[in-house]
Write a protein of this length. Structure first.
Length: 116
């Protein structure tokens, strides 16, 4: 059974940092594209960052470029999101995603709250 389990969310003041982790199990994800999405209250889920299986150049949403950094460890089946200079508008539930057509997996999400 495939599972993606996020951790590392919490409450932080504006300007602070958090590091999210996603542990994947149930299959080998080394060839999957791994990413993070987020969903704020009343809004649609949106893309945050993605890193391909070859660990080439990652992709980021414009709103987080220069502040967030995604990384992966294929040996451990984990993907991390380092979030710096957090803003109140970063408040959302953050979801881990693993994608390789036709498979698309999601975690349950972890809450990130940034206070002003």
């Amino acid at each position: 059974q495939v599972q993606l389990v996020e951790s590392g969310g919490g409450l932080v003041q504006a300007g602070g940092s958090l590091r999210l982790s996603c542990a994947a199990s149930g299959r080998t994800f080394s060839t999957y594209s791994m990413g993070w999405f987020r969903q704020a209250p009343g809004k649609e889920r949106e893309f945050v960052a993605r890193i391909r299986w070859s660990s080439g150049s990652p992709n980021y949403a414009d709103s987080v470029k220069g502040r967030f950094a995604i990384s992966r460890d294929n040996a451990k089946n984990t993907v991390n999101l380092q979030m710096n200079s957090l803003k109140p508008e970063d408040t959302a539930v953050y979801y881990c995603n693993a994608y390789q057509a036709p498979f698309n997996y999601w975690g349950q999400g972890t809450q990130v709250t940034v206070s002003s």
